[in-house]
Design a protein around this ligand. Structure first.
Ligand SMILES: Cc1ncc(C[n+]2csc(CCOP(=O)(O)OP(=O)(O)O)c2C)c(N)n1
Ligand SMILES: [Mg+2]
Length: 354
């Protein structure tokens, strides 16, 4: 039996603080709890290693998702394999939760074609960098799947800033009217690069936007992997039952730079960041599992070491890829490329292959 508790600001919460705040529970077996923890550790390790690889010049600009792991792993855990995920750059590594090789995602950040996966193979659409343009894709996919009686749910991840975009409005409008089996998952980290939430929207809670589209909305603590899992499970059930979409607002606070190219010290409240880092989502779940007697220190250390090894193997594999043909940059854009591009390509080859 699930026991999800209301928390401040209408947030759903399951994990307590081990002191005054009591723990709730969700309907997961001890094995499922451990698997969920393994996935959190894998994502955390992926993220921390990627930052190092960026600094070593081994991957390009990278969108850090430190402390977003609970939102990603918790929601993905509520999906079936046949369901599709539409990620933004913030969820770039979500495929590894579906056994996509780590080297594939690292190759994507290396700008190498080995990072171009076939969405059908993993049920994971291409990483979307333009803000919110994948929301209509997810809705259209979900609607099309229903028309074909495929029983698939689509889940789109996007940020607080994305809810100000036309594409979000268009996607949510269609989702509501067509009752598309889609979950619109908003990771509200309260920043869109340097734009704070209060300059993004005058809405007191982003979940209130759902009502305008005739969509049920749920607000959940984004640092609580079990609350996220439970809210998504409910939304997925609702979609599968033909009841249509759900908007989930997972509230958190960005505890890292927007990306490796960003210097948040110019605009962020550093004391608040320190507070968030103190209460980060992997540790919160780890302490919960300890309280329940489901996880030992040795098991946690073993999972961390295994994740590190996965990353070491992944970067070695990505770096072993032969260099890509520079001609790829110019392909697939024009049926008949303008002649000037041939000059550009010749120049690029002369630089890269002297
Ligand atoms: C259509 C579009 N406009 C502007 C940008 C530049 N841009 C990149 S990230 C970002 C902020 C997005 O914030 P949010 O939706 O909250 O997502 P977060 O990065 O916090 O996960 C912007 C404006 C873009 N990528 N696409
Ligand atoms: Mg944001």
């Amino acid at each position: 039996m699930s026991r999800v508790l209301p928390a401040e600001g209408g947030l759903r919460r399951v994990i307590g603080d081990g002191q005054e705040l009591p723990d709730g529970e969700v309907d997961l077996t001890p094995e499922q709890h451990l698997e969920l923890f393994r996935r959190l550790v894998l994502l955390r390790t992926y993220d921390e290693r990627s930052l190092v690889y960026h600094r070593q010049g081994r991957i390009g600009t990278y969108a850090i998702f430190w402390n977003h792991e609970a939102m990603q792993a918790g929601s993905e855990f509520a999906l079936e394999e046949r369901d599709w995920i539409f990620p933004s750059y913030r969820e770039s590594a979500i495929g590894i939760l579906r056994s996509m090789p780590v080297s594939t995602v690292l190759s994507w950040w290396r700008g190498h074609p080995a990072g171009w996966w076939n969405p059908e193979e993993w049920g994971v659409a291409s990483i979307c960098v333009p803000i919110a343009t994948h929301v209509p894709h997810a809705v259209g996919f979900a609607w099309g799947s229903r028309l074909k009686s495929e029983d698939r749910v689509a889940l789109a991840y996007f940020g607080d800033g994305a809810t100000s975009e036309g594409s979000f409005h268009e996607g949510a409008t269609f989702a509501g009217v067509l009752k598309a089996p889609v979950v619109l998952f908003c990771n509200n980290n309260q920043w869109a690069i340097s734009t704070p939430l209060e300059l993004q929207s005058a809405a007191s809670a982003l979940v209130d936007k759902a009502a305008g589209y005739g969509i049920p909305g749920v607000r959940v603590d984004g640092g609580d992997v079990l609350a996220v899992y439970d809210a998504t499970r409910e939304a997925v059930e609702h979609a599968r039952a033909g009841e249509g979409p759900t908007f989930i607002e997972a509230l958190t606070y960005r505890a890292a730079p927007h990306a490796t190219a960003d210097d948040p010290s110019l605009y962020v409240d550093e004391a608040r960041v320190a507070e968030e880092r103190e209460n980060e989502c992997v540790g919160r779940y780890e302490r919960y599992l300890h309280r329940l007697g489901l996880l030992s220190d040795e098991q946690a250390a073993g999972l961390r070491e295994a994740a590190l090894q996965t990353m070491r193997d992944g970067i070695a594999q990505a770096e072993a890829e032969p260099p890509a043909d520079p001609g790829l940059v110019f392909e697939h854009a024009y049926r008949e490329p303008p002649p000037v591009l041939a000059d550009d390509l010749a120049h690029l080859r002369s630089v890269l292959e002297p």
